[in-house]
Design a protein around this ligand. Sequence first.
Ligand SMILES: Nc1nc2c(ncn2[C@@H]2O[C@H](COP(=O)(O)OP(=O)(O)OP(=O)(O)O)[C@@H](O)[C@H]2O)c(=O)[nH]1
Ligand SMILES: [Mg+2]
Length: 665
Amino acid sequence: MPDKKPSSPRTALICGPYQSGKSTLFEALLAEAGAHKRHGAGLSLADQSPEAQAHGMSTEMNLASFDYLGEAWTLIDCPGSVELMQEAAGALDIADIAVVVVEPEEGKVRALAGWLKLLDVADVPHMVFINKFDRPNLSLRALLQAFQGASAHPLVLREIPIREGERVTGHVDLVSERAFHWEEGAHSSLIPLPEAAAGREAEARSELLESLADFDDTLLEKLLEDVEPEQSEIYENIGRDLAENLVVPVFFGSALEGHGILRLMKALRHDAPDISVTAERLGVAQDGTMRLKVFKTRHAGHAGKVSLARILSGRLGAGESVAGARPSGMSRVFAGKLTGIAQAVAGEVVALTRLEEVSTGDLLTGEAREASATPPPPPQFSLAIRAERRGDDVKLPEALAKLMDEDPSLTAAFDESTGEHVLHGQGDTQLRLALEKLKGRFGLEVSASPPRIACRETILKPVITRYRHKKQSGGHGEFGEVELKLRPLARGEGFAFSESIHGGVVPKQYHAAVEAGVRDALQSGPMGNPVIDLAVELTDGKHHSVDSSEMAFRRAAAQATRNALGEAGTVMLEPIHAVRLSVPDEYIAAVQKIVTARRGQILGLEAKEGWEGWQEVVAQMPAAEMHDLIVELRSATQGAGSFTAEFDRLQEVSPKEARRLQAAQ
Ligand SMILES: Nc1nc2c(ncn2[C@@H]2O[C@H](COP(=O)(O)OP(=O)(O)OP(=O)(O)O)[C@@H](O)[C@H]2O)c(=O)[nH]1
Ligand SMILES: [Mg+2]
């Protein structure tokens, strides 16, 4: 491979489906670069947090800056769980290139498609690394065919496997046409191209060249005239097409065994665009002004708030101000270790400490701050939370604010309609992780349960009732008598109170107390829910010149209302949400079934804008059926489905359903 002048510091994102081996690859690449020593099969740099250890998965990004052959690199390893995708979304923007790691299974095509779509939307150049190629009996051709269905751009093989029996034992580079034998615990050794691979090599190489020629007329002409292009010309094409996100080079290997890692690291070094390309993609001028983008925020105990940022243009000296404030430190990051640095140039990733006013997604200059315009993804799952110990109530909001600062896809809010504090996020795992962090990092025991549904009650027919409140207990008595007329109102009209008293039978000064009594009783109807959408009229009553009081009338009105509701009977009203479920075409039937089984009503289908091959199922669903909707939706769509929901209206519930809802509360 021809060498070139050293590049500015570059950043590669390692992402892809859950458990595909990203963190293992992250450590293997660092080991390859000589920045880390591997200890057996397990991870020793990545996933060291208690939550990651407990779950055996990445729960947040791992990051390391290091030098490789005289050039500066930062690798960012992202969690693969769909619930934690926001973590990668933050870093996507600032990456020069992404390596999408996938297992050698055709069934992973949908999960792969999700990541490739995310990268295409952000227009990030990317490669695919098919990992776990140490498994027997793999067909690269079949995999490639399946995976092509996940990619909007042609997947082009950069190498083909050499096999011995059912195992892959090496690879042939399709540009240099050199063959390598994978060695245990050492670099691959150069070997003569095995005869058995020669035919496949020639075929795969022509396919690579044909794909490249689709974007380059000169190359196309050469191919048509059977002229062998120079290697340098092929490399140039690959680099250019990759930078423009026209093709997706494909590599394979084993992160665990260390096979194909040097190959991948070299390809990154050779082909990954640098900060000038990335800055252009982000619309950031290279005019010498210091600009940086924050892609992750952490609250690191004593160190305080840490903002991880990439310098997109200009340079930053330690002690210089950022967004008008002076960070208390500037460091280079290597996993959990921060090392202070004096200066950072465009392309570098730095950790800035104690920039209290700055958030993930912010684009900052020395003086100014521009917040990200991308909203966090809509919540998919919620839990009502409660501090177990009294006194922790006051500490909880502050701790939650820190977690939300670290993860913009997490929100906490007080729900007025149910009186509960509710945590909203992307799924059960993400919220459980948040609860574990509250306990581990802030010492807060928090219990969680499915949020209550804000059901209401109303009456369907008018009713008139009369009640006398009378008490004689020595001295002053209590006396108040009211006649109330209750009448249903239309949905959404709430509550109205009026009076039509003649001859002062209930003196004016007590009318407000009557209304207050009615309101008291309406707080909890016969089924235990607030009663709404009714009008109450005070039509008649009696008073006593000595014993009547506001309290007496309030009690009389409350009891009268209770009696009236009991007599008339109430119906339950439940919240209905307007829902849009977004899924790839092939899952529409499955999703319609889910919606119907959850008492939902399908209103139609709409093509999802900007997402070819996707649809939105437009529906209305009772909130009571939506708590674990995302779980079923994801399992029916290989993790691809998601939804948005907003309150639409309250709707009457059948008595049978009402009993079920009541029991569930
Ligand atoms: N056979 C084989 N197993 C591997 C390879 N790479 C990783 N694994 C295993 O796959 C599992 C997941 O590895 P990780 O590196 O944690 O995967 P990840 O993609 O970072 O997982 P998440 O971040 O949780 O999505 C572990 O059991 C690894 O030992 C590989 O090349 N071959
Ligand atoms: Mg991982």
